[in-house]
Design a protein around this ligand. Structure first.
Ligand SMILES: Nc1nc2c(ncn2[C@@H]2O[C@H](COP(=O)(O)OP(=O)(O)OP(=O)(O)O)[C@@H](O)[C@H]2O)c(=O)[nH]1
Ligand SMILES: [Mg+2]
Length: 225
């Protein structure tokens, strides 16, 4: 496991951010397109219960080699970590995942995958610092596992969408049925995805970006009275 991965990821991302902004400024200067061509960067959290596919999602969409902090599931986790339906799962995230994706030159998302197990939840406040929004992943075989993430983002006023990771053999439901099962507000998007598929994950992230922009513009309108 990398030592202090959060710090190193922050330093890496700050360095990359700075380099990218410089490049973008040079590009926009050379094209004469002005400061509006500088890409916006945003931090996104990928959350959800144990083994729902957070690390897989970050890895399948990241354009850089993702930072992972995986440790083997040992005998000590028997009876604690429910691996039902996850026979291929041999490791678990103990700190975070980190990846990056650019949508054209205008929007760069930094993806922070959270650890799924309760014993690592003390890190969530640090991980969520500065995040503009979150994807809460759900597995229909264990829907209740995402309640803790939903509660956390509702409590902290962080906009989120729900992405159902469609494992083979898991029951299929319509997005509306899942929204009801999770007692979500009607405006919160629920999307079905395959965490292993880059295009599918990109649609999830675009859905979140749209929802965050909509939430912000509604909040601005409301505050103007
Ligand atoms: N069949 C199938 N397997 C998947 C899918 N997504 C993830 N997996 C597998 O499911 C297991 C769990 O995936 P992870 O990405 O490690 O889950 P996680 O949410 O990061 O797990 P923790 O960090 O331990 O909470 C792995 O063995 C993946 O290969 C999927 O969409 N379909
Ligand atoms: Mg993980």
């Amino acid at each position: 496991m990398d030592l202090n991965p959060y710090d190193s990821a922050r330093q890496d991302s700050a360095r990359q951010d700075s380099a990218r902004h410089d490049t973008a400024r040079q590009d926009s200067a050379s094209q004469g397109t002005g400061p509006s061509a500088v890409p916006s960067t945003a931090k996104i959290l990928i959350a959800g219960g144990f083994g729902v596919g957070k690390t897989t999602l970050v890895g399948s969409v990241s354009e850089i080699r993702p930072l992972r902090t995986e440790e083997p599931l040992s005998d000590r986790s028997v009876g604690i970590d429910d691996t039902h339906g996850l026979s291929a799962k041999t490791t678990t995230t103990v700190a975070m995942d980190f990846g990056r994706i650019s949508f054209s030159s205008q929007l760069v998302l930094y993806l922070f995958g959270t650890p799924g197990q309760e014993r690592f939840w003390f890190m969530w406040d640090d991980l969520s610092f500065g995040a503009i929004g979150a994807v809460v992943m759900a597995d229909t075989r264990r829907v209740a596992d995402c309640f803790a993430s939903i509660d956390y983002f509702e409590r902290n006023d962080i906009p989120f969408i729900v992405a159902v990771n469609c494992f083979e053999g898991a029951p299929r439901f319509e997005a509306d049925d899942i929204r009801i099962a999770l007692t979500l507000k009607p405006e919160i998007p629920v999307v079905l995805c395959d965490a292993r598929d880059r295009e599918s994950v990109k649609k999830v992230l675009i859905g979140l970006a749209r929802y965050v922009m909509l939430s912000r513009s509604q909040a601005t309108t409301a505050s103007r009275g």
